[in-house]
Design a protein around this ligand. Structure first.
Ligand SMILES: Cc1cc2nc3c(=O)[nH]c(=O)nc-3n(C[C@H](O)[C@H](O)[C@H](O)COP(=O)(O)OP(=O)(O)OC[C@H]3O[C@@H](n4cnc5c(N)ncnc54)[C@H](O)[C@@H]3O)c2cc1C
Length: 396
């Protein structure tokens, strides 16, 4: 029986393990930390395509139970003008409504589901390197001195992937997009509630989004242009300091953003935003990268969904295509064009968040008319993507 070593217990790691389990392939997930990934305090939205990938591995229901609907977005200009509404999905019948949940909750659900299916997840295993044996098997090494052997190794180790560099020492690293993000949570906001959806605010020097959870708590984020934050700035900047900086950033706006931030206590966390537009080498015969390790999109709200799609497609390839190298090549063939298209779209979305003065004026004038014509929120090719588990993968 084939055994896969999975490196990384974030989103793609446990999802791949469940997909492989469904395909009859054994795997063990090796996670560096004692608990799941960092920046877990942030929240994520899973789009229809990501939810569909969860459905394909019978893991949709528990995610629906821990999340709430993100049906649409209302846009506001820096002057507080309503710019219109757009649905979050592509609006096709049968598609699940996108869902918002804490990143930590998503990790927890995936771990619980994996455990329920008897999948091994081992913690405290920081992958450091791997060698391939004469018969094509992989021996992985970990920082604690231990090793593990399998028929293939799947690098689901995120943006700063070690596997990526093991496969190709010249692999590019993530690219800073020029925007950093602060997240926060408050129950005392004066901002109008936005249940079942988001309000997105185009500030003069910021882009702000918020939604209201079913228990009344407001979850918000602010994107702002600036130099890449150092690790010390990320861990050492207090909520009071962020509040002061953000309120200065909103000084020229007349929107609910200042009220949100002013009402937020000690819950603010910050991060940089990165993408990874094109990784030349995805696999080397017995090792492969998936999720953020292979491609990362910073602004499309699709990173998690893409990681879930990767997981299901890779498992189908390993199920249907004889030979590990051939299956990995088939996986790349099915995924590369789509994920690179998403990263390119995401980069354009990032640019649109901080346009020039002229472009901002044009957007404020044109957007209400465009949205009134019923433009779909997410393009059909993206949100409408469906993966049929039963449909076999064939290679020509
Ligand atoms: C602040 C923030 C907000 C986001 N919002 C959204 C959103 O709204 N919608 C969306 O779809 N996506 C969003 N994303 C992106 C999404 O979280 C990622 O695309 C997704 O987590 C990628 O999944 P992954 O499994 O590839 O990587 P990760 O979830 O990052 O998991 C990688 C795992 O590998 C582990 N690891 C790393 N190195 C090693 C090693 N050497 N050995 C062993 N284990 C290792 C890490 O500890 C981690 O657990 C957001 C990301 C951030 C940072």
């Amino acid at each position: 029986m084939t055994t896969a070593l999975i490196i990384g217990g974030g989103i793609a790691g446990p999802a791949t393990a469940m997909a492989l389990h469904k395909a009859g392939i054994r795997s063990v997930v090796h996670e560096a930390y004692d608990a799941a990934a960092d920046e877990a305090g942030a929240f994520v939205t899973l789009m229809e395509n990501g939810l569909d990938a969860l459905r394909a591995i019978d893991a949709l229901e528990p995610v629906l139970d821990r999340s709430f609907a993100a049906a649409g977005v209302d846009f506001t200009s820096s002057s507080g003008r309503d710019l219109g509404h757009v649905p979050m999905g592509d609006g096709r019948p049968g598609g699940a409504t996108p869902r918002t949940l804490r990143r930590a909750s998503l990790y927890r659900v995936l771990y619980e589901e994996a455990a329920r299916r008897g999948i091994d997840v081992v913690h405290g295993k920081r992958f450091t390197g791997a060698t391939t044996t004469a018969d094509g098997r992989v021996v992985a090494s970990f920082a604690d001195g231990s090793t593990a052997e399998g028929d293939l190794l799947i690098g689901a180790d995120g943006l700063r992937s070690t596997t990526r560099r093991v496969i190709d020492p010249d692999a590019p690293g993530p690219r800073y997009t020029g925007l950093n993000t602060v997240f926060g949570y408050t129950r005392d906001s004066t901002a109008p509630a936005s249940p079942d959806g988001y309000r997105m605010i185009y500030g003069k020097r910021s882009f702000v989004g918020y939604t209201t959870a079913p228990d009344g708590e407001t979850w918000w984020f602010v994107n702002m242009p600036g130099p890449e934050l150092s690790r010390t700035e990320i861990t050492g900047t207090t909520s009071d300091q962020w509040r002061e900086r953000l309120l200065a950033l909103f000084a020229q706006d007349r929107t609910p953003a200042a009220g949100l931030v002013a009402a937020t206590g000690n819950t603010m966390i910050s991060s940089n935003t990165y993408d990874l537009p094109r990784l030349p080498v995805w696999h080397n015969g017995s090792m492969v990268v998936i999720g953020d390790a292979a491609h990362a999109a910073a602004h499309a709200g699709q990173g998690g969904s893409m990681a879930l799609e990767d997981s299901v497609v890779l498992a189908k390839c390993l199920r249907d295509v004889p030979g590990v190298p051939q299956a990995l090549a088939a996986y790349e063939g099915l995924r590369r064009e789509r994920v690179e298209r998403v990263v390119a779209m995401s980069a354009r979305m990032g640019d649109d968040k901080m346009p020039s003065r002229l472009k901002r004026a044009l957007r404020d004038a044109m957007m209400p008319r465009l949205l009134a014509r019923g433009r779909p929120g997410t393009p059909g090719w993206l949100a409408g993507h469906r993966i049929e588990w039963q449909e076999p993968v064939t290679v020509s």
